[in-house]
Design a protein around this ligand. Structure first.
Ligand SMILES: NC(=O)C1=CN([C@@H]2O[C@H](COP(=O)(O)OP(=O)(O)OC[C@H]3O[C@@H](n4cnc5c(N)ncnc54)[C@H](OP(=O)(O)O)[C@@H]3O)[C@@H](O)[C@H]2O)C=CC1
Ligand SMILES: CC(=O)N[C@@H](CCC(=O)OP(=O)(O)O)C(=O)O
Length: 347
C-alpha cells in the first residue's frame, strides 16, 4: 500500500489500558500509520518500548513511549492527521484544544468534552471547563447514534464505558416512544477492575476487590447518561473481581399498550444494520464471557407485564472505550465501521 493512502496517527496515554488497546488496533488498521505513542513528561515509563509493558504487543508494536510536554510543539505534530487521547479528563481538557489548533482530528476517550452544561465539570469532575467553544463543537461518539455528527466533527468525545452499555440499551426504547412519561430507568451495572485504569490504588488492589456498589448517587456517569438519553435515570455502578467487561441490568416501565413485538421492533430498527450491536436470540442472556476482548455490545430483554428488563454487556476497554474510538475513526474517514475491530475474536 502507498504510504499516502494512510493517515498518520498518534496515541497519547498509550501506556494505559485503553491506550494499549488502541495501539494494537491502529497497528492492524490498513489505512492508519502508527506514528507515535506518548506518555506524560515525567512518566516512569518514558522511552520504554510499549511491548515491555504489554508482552502481548512484543513483535507487534514495539514503538517507544515518548514523553509529551504539557504545552505541545505544533511543529512536531504538523504531519499528524489524527490523535487519540487516552488520558485522564483534566489532561484531555488541556491537550485536546492544542491538537485541534494544529488541525488534527481528535478522538478523546475521557469525559472532558462529553456534556455541554455549565455546572457539570466543577460538580462531577472537580475542575472548571475553560474550552466552552470546543464543548459546543464536540460530538458525542456513541457511534450507532451519531454517525452524521461523527463524520463532520473535528472533536469526538467518546462516551464513558457505563454510558455506552446503558445508552445502547435505552435509546431504542426512548426513540420509539415506548417508555412511560414518568419512567426513570434504573440501571445497575458491574464493571471489571480495568475500568479504573492501570495506576495502582487501594480500591483496585487484588485483596480489596470483591463485589460492591460504589459512587452511589454521585457517579458522574448518571448525569452523562441522563443528558444523552433525555430523561433522568438512576444509576448504580458496582466493582466486580474480574479484569474486564461490564454487565448492566436495566429496569423500565413501558406504556400500557406496548407489546413485546413493539419492543423487538424498536431494537431491530435501531440495530439491524449495526454490526457491533448484537441482539441475542430469545433466552440467550448477555454475558461478560461472550463480549470480553471483543468490540461488541450484546443486548437482550425480558417483558414482565409492562415492566421491561434489559441486559447489556460489553468490554469496557473495547466497545466501552478504544473499539468505539476506532469505530468513530472509521465513520469519520468513511471506512467500514468494523475495520480493524472484528475478525480477531478469541475463544
Ligand atoms: N478504563 C476504562 O474502562 C475506560 C476509560 N475511559 C477513559 O479513557 C481515559 C484513559 O483511561 P485508561 O486507559 O483506563 O487510563 P490509564 O490510567 O490506564 O492510563 C492513562 C494514561 O495516560 C498517561 N498520562 C498521564 N498523564 C499524562 C499527560 N499529562 N500527558 C500524556 N499522557 C499522560 C499515563 O501514563 P503516565 O502516567 O506514565 O504518563 C497512561 O499512559 C480516561 O479518561 C478514562 O476515564 C473511558 C472508557 C472506559
Ligand atoms: C471500575 C471503574 O472504576 N470504572 C470507572 C469508569 C471508567 C470510564 O468509563 O469512564 P470515564 O471515561 O468516564 O472515566 C469509574 O467508575 O470511574
Amino acid at each position: 500500500m502507498n504510504e499516502k493512502d494512510q493517515l498518520n496517527v498518534i496515541i497519547v496515554g498509550a501506556s494505559g489500558y485503553t491506550g494499549a488497546e488502541l495501539a494494537a488496533q491502529v497497528e492492524r488498521h490498513p489505512y492508519a500509520k502508527l506514528c507515535g505513542l506518548y506518555v506524560s513528561e515525567n512518566s516512569q515509563d518514558a522511552h520504554k518500548p510499549i511491548s515491555q509493558l504489554y508482552g502481548q504487543l512484543r513483535g507487534v508494536v514495539d514503538l517507544p513511549l515518548t514523553p509529551l510536554a504539557a504545552t505541545i510543539d505544533p511543529q512536531t505534530f504538523a504531519d499528524i492527521d489524527a490523535v487519540f487521547l487516552a488520558t485522564a479528563h483534566s489532561v484531555s481538557h488541556d491537550l485536546a484544544p492544542q491538537f485541534l489548533a494544529c488541525g488534527c482530528q481528535v478522538f478523546d476517550l475521557s469525559g472532558a468534552f462529553r456534556v455541554n452544561q455549565a455546572d457539570f465539570y466543577p460538580k462531577f469532575y472537580g475542575f472548571e471547563h475553560h474550552h466552552a467553544d470546543w464543548l459546543d463543537k464536540a460530538v458525542y461518539g456513541l457511534a450507532e447514534w451519531q454517525a452524521e455528527g461523527v463524520r463532520d466533527a473535528q472533536l469526538i468525545a467518546l462516551p464513558g464505558c457505563y454510558p455506552t452499555a446503558s445508552l445502547s440499551a435505552l435509546k431504542p426504547l426512548q426513540h420509539a416512544g415506548l417508555l412511560t412519561d414518568n419512567c426513570t430507568p434504573v440501571i445497575d451495572a458491574t464493571s471489571g477492575v480495568s475500568g479504573a485504569g492501570r495506576k495502582a490504588s487501594l480500591t483496585s488492589n487484588f485483596c480489596e476487590v470483591s463485589l460492591n456498589p460504589y459512587g452511589v448517587g454521585v457517579h458522574r456517569h448518571q448525569p452523562e447518561i441522563s443528558y444523552h438519553l433525555g430523561r433522568e435515570v438512576i444509576f448504580t455502578p458496582h466493582l466486580g473481581s474480574f479484569p474486564r467487561g461490564i454487565l448492566a441490568t436495566i429496569h423500565v416501565d413501558l406504556k400500557t399498550d406496548v407489546t413485546l413485538a413493539d419492543v423487538n421492533q424498536a431494537y431491530q430498527s435501531a440495530y439491524a444494520d449495526k454490526p457491533l450491536v448484537r441482539l441475542l436470540e430469545p433466552g440467550i442472556w448477555p454475558a461478560i464471557k461472550a463480549v470480553a476482548n471483543t468490540p461488541f455490545v450484546d443486548l437482550n430483554w425480558s417483558l414482565q407485564g409492562h415492566h421491561l428488563i434489559i441486559f447489556s454487556a460489553e468490554d469496557n476497554l473495547l466497545k466501552g472505550a478504544s473499539a468505539q474510538a476506532i469505530q468513530c475513526f472509521n465513520i469519520h474517514y468513511g471506512y467500514p465501521s468494523t475495520l480493524a475491530l472484528t475478525g480477531d475474536v478469541a475463544c
